[in-house]
Design a protein around this ligand. Structure first.
Ligand SMILES: Nc1ncnc2c1ncn2[C@@H]1O[C@H](COP(=O)(O)OP(=O)(O)OP(=O)(O)O)[C@@H](O)[C@H]1O
Length: 236
């Protein structure tokens, strides 16, 4: 299988603060990959470097064989990368329906595998909220809307930061079910989350970041073999 993404030696700084110290990994097409790590270790910064929101000082991001390290974020999005950030970014003046309608587009190949109706089918809760403003939704509904919006761009690579953080158990369960459906639809996905159990079962590959360095990468079997070390690295 071909790599959809290769990240080589990312060194990323915010001003004088050196956050990423040579982060490298790759993702095969269709793979679902977890990024784990304690708070403040550089998970979101890794995602932001891939997206061009926090461009690395050195290192490279290769997407579908093309070096996109210096491309502006919007051009990466036009290459079918979608991002669901922490905090979700809803507009207070737009309804759920409008959020979804504005996001919907074919991808760069002209495909529209995810449609407005399909998104409502996987997130029936949103159907009941179509006329509500984005910011009137509960945290879980906002997360569903954020994922729905991302899907409607028909991405090849979906990046989810803190997909289930702070949500009620039942809502988490619904979101994990949808992430499973996204996986089954063949979209390559990067998920930052803290739930090792679900990630272990869902993802083919796992990456552990500690203080801006990749301290572990491997498949679920290897994750099991290194469980003690990984749990220790995630313990607060
Ligand atoms: N815009 C910024 N300016 C300066 N420092 C930042 C900025 N964003 C993040 N940082 C710092 O960079 C470090 C890594 O943050 P990052 O958000 O990548 O961590 P994380 O592993 O995603 O953790 P969390 O789960 O808390 O988001 C932290 O020390 C954080 O305070």
């Amino acid at each position: 299988m071909q790599n959809i993404l290769e990240v080589h030696g990312l060194q990323t700084l915010y001003g004088e603060s050196h956050i990423l110290h040579g982060v490298s990994f790759d993702i095969k097409s269709g793979e679902t990959v977890s990024i784990m790590g304690r708070n403040g270790m550089g998970k979101s910064t890794t995602l932001k470097s891939i997206l061009g929101i926090a461009p690395p000082r050195s290192g490279s991001v290769i997407y579908k064989g093309e070096d996109i390290t210096r491309l502006p974020t919007w051009k990466r999005m036009r290459r079918d990368i979608a991002y669901v950030p922490e905090g979700r970014g809803m507009f207070h003046n737009l309804t759920v329906k409008e959020h979804l309608q504005i996001a919907a587009r074919k991808n760069s190949r002209g495909d529209a595998n995810w449609t407005y109706d399909q998104v409502l089918e996987v997130f029936p809760r949103l159907t009941e909220r179509l006329t509500n403003k984005g910011t009137q939704l509960s945290g879980g509904e906002q997360q569903m809307l954020a994922i729905g919006r991302a899907l409607l761009t028909n991405p090849d690579l979906l990046i989810l930061d803190e997909a289930t953080e702070g949500l009620a158990p039942l809502i988490r369960k619904e979101i994990w079910q949808v992430i499973r459906q996204i996986k089954d639809s063949g979209v390559s996905t990067i998920i930052v989350d803290k739930n090792i159990k679900v990630l272990n079962e869902l993802c083919e590959k796992h990456i552990l970041i500690v203080k801006g360095k990749v301290m572990f990468q491997g498949d679920s079997r290897s994750l099991d073999d290194n469980k003690a070390f990984i749990e220790q690295s995630l313990a607060v």
